[in-house]
Write a protein of this length. Structure first.
Length: 287
């Protein structure tokens, strides 16, 4: 069983105490986000967990206790984007996050940390040239601390349109996405980084950008040193190449409050849900 922690929220940033408590207990409960009355028990015993996949924008507190993961296989999806506090109001300064990324890579090895430069959004402020400049700056810093970078273009979900209205975001055309992808591919290649694209219907392979598998069975096999095969996750979009996993997070719980986020529908709901969190509970929200 692959455990995803989590596409729905940033567990390393905000719920590390809860996670490590559940790790010691050997299990947790997770609610079906579409039917909260349906609750599933998830074993966290070493013999039951093939790999943890952590998704985060700031794992600083989490990695202070990373030795507690001894005996487990795991890797990180670390999102590091160049936006200001108009789009990402509660993230630390980028320099601090770059240092955190490098520190984590040195601790666990660059094969176990994937840099995510996503979503790519475009506005009068965040132009193509802005992305080219910042992607090169980040690539130069991270070149020796990651093997690959995953990109994607912003999907304009209804909640994203509502929450990110102040950013003046533009719809990115196919030709614009190709221009951006081609330039980022050249920059990534310059610094020895593989570039992959997450869940995009458009094919960027002619720019040497294959489709990503964020829950990556091949990477898990490499990390574990075992011959492993996993079914495709049928619950994701058809463009998604991810292996099947169990997600242990909850929507509307991420305090980063990024305006473009698909996992937070309503800021008031986030604040309400956080009050329901008990680090000692087997559930992320509630008792």
């Amino acid at each position: 069983m692959i455990v995803s922690a989590s596409r729905r929220t940033d567990i390393p940033a905000f719920f590390s105490e809860w996670f490590y408590s559940r790790l010691r207990a050997g299990y947790l409960y997770v609610k079906n986000p579409f039917n909260p009355r349906q609750i599933k028990r998830v074993s966290l015993r070493k013999e039951d967990v093939t790999c943890f996949v952590f998704w985060t924008k700031n794992p600083e507190k989490f990695i202070e206790r990373i030795d507690e993961l001894a005996g487990y296989d795991y890797y990180f999806q670390f999102t590091l984007t160049p936006y200001g506090n108009d789009a990402e109001p509660r993230l630390p300064e980028k320099e601090k996050l770059l240092e955190c990324f490098i520190d984590l890579s040195r601790k666990i090895g660059k094969e176990r940390i994937v840099w995510r430069y996503d979503p790519i959004l475009v506005s009068k402020k965040y132009t193509q040239d802005f992305h080219f400049r910042m992607f090169e700056k980040f690539s130069e810093r991270l070149a020796n601390h990651a093997e690959k970078c995953v990109i994607s273009f912003l999907d304009m979900y209804r909640n994203t349109q509502r929450n990110a209205g102040s950013l003046g975001l533009k719809e990115i055309t196919v030709s614009e996405s190709e221009e951006i992808a081609a330039s980022l591919s050249k920059i990534a290649g310059k610094y020895g980084l593989r570039l992959e694209c997450c869940s995009e219907p458009h094919d960027f392979s002619r720019f040497s950008i294959p489709k990503a598998k964020c829950i990556d069975g091949e990477l898990i096999a490499r990390i574990s040193g075992k011959e492993l095969a996993f079914p495709k996750d049928k619950n994701q979009r058809k463009e998604c190449g991810c292996a099947s996993s169990v997600d242990i997070g909850a929507y509307n719980t991420c305090l980063h409050s990024c305006l473009y986020c698909y996992a937070n529908y309503n800021p008031k709901a986030v604040l309400s849900n956080i009050k329901k969190h008990d680090p000692g509970s087997p559930l992320l929200l509630g008792k």
